[in-house]
Ligand binder design. Sequence first.
Ligand code: BGC
Length: 411
Amino acid sequence: MSYQFPDGFVWGTSTSAHQVEGNNTQSDYWLMEHVEPTIFADLSGDACDQYHRYEDDLALLEQLGFNAYRFSVEWARIEPEPGHFSQAALDHYRRVLEACHRHGLQPVVTYHHFTSPRWVAAAGGWENMETAARFGEYAKRVTHDLGDLIGWVCTINELNITALIDEFKGTMIPAEAIDAMLAAAARASGSDRFSALLLGDSAAIEPVVIAGHHAAMQAIKSVRTDLPVGMTVAMSDYQALPGGEAMMQAKREKIQDVYLREAGDGDFIGVQCYSRSRYGPEGMLPPEEGVEVTQMGYEFWPECVGACIRDAVELTGLPALITENGIGTDDDTRRTEYLRRALASLKECLDDGLDVRGYCQWSLLDNFEWMLGYRPTFGIVAVDRATQVRTPKPSAAWLGEVARSNTADLG
Ligand code: BGC
């Protein structure tokens, strides 16, 4: 039976500047990719060249049936040196926003998606409390120049990401390799304080990203009070095995809930989730033997969407917008199945009366998956990186049709 979503439901796909634009040369991540040694499997390079091809990508989204696009504006392009704002970069994003409107897409704009200008990283990055105020000033300028065209603002993408990565440090990438790369980046930037989000000291980063979120919120509202602004949090469906309850609660509090408790001054909560996290008394457990895992090594668990909406709404009391959810897989039939089950769990939340405003899938394009390079493929659209030709996958037609009709057959 076909399910009808609420009127005005937001249907989008998500990307971030560094992962799709290409040549983000003034950013800390570009620097880390290029130092010796590096932990990056690939260079981001031209990425998907969306910096030049945005018009085609937006036209494709419209054609597929979507009504929104979530993307980020790049601080390293907009403020490449402290206090020096590039009008040309702001004008570029104005053209992108105008194109969104031409193509019937509400712009959901993230002001910071992992990458910072090199000068921010060299000054201690998000471990330095001054970064919070700097980010507030940048947010004010972006809103002043672009706010009239923006639909929704996400302040800092997954401000809890470093705390989450800490859970995996040492297992995915050896800590010594990370330290060696950070030391090389510090040398290259002539600094002994170089720090980048994801890889820094999560205890030092926590108060700064929270302050940065509040500074941005205040700055944005001082320019445009009616612009919906929200925090986005990397969430997971936290589950405890018998005896693991206390451990799970403690981890969930530290990695996720501490941040969610700070989201209350926003207009919505951005829910981003991909899987579940199971805890026993000693800590996090790997996926059970035999269960389906994604290219990222975590469990195929689309029901995280419903669980995370419930947790987010309960903790914040805010309307929820799914700002990221998706799967890295080379089998697109599994992607469609993942999306279908994710939406089925979202529907249950709507049925229970929860205020869910929309769903933005990660990601429009196969793109630069950070340290893992171009191997994981999260896109509903494939990209031939030699020619930059885009090829929609069957999942793009499926989700686009859901978006166009605002209905879905959820099985
Ligand atoms: C991030 C994206 C990333 C995605 C898939 C999210 O945590 O916001 O930048 O590509 O997960 O791993």
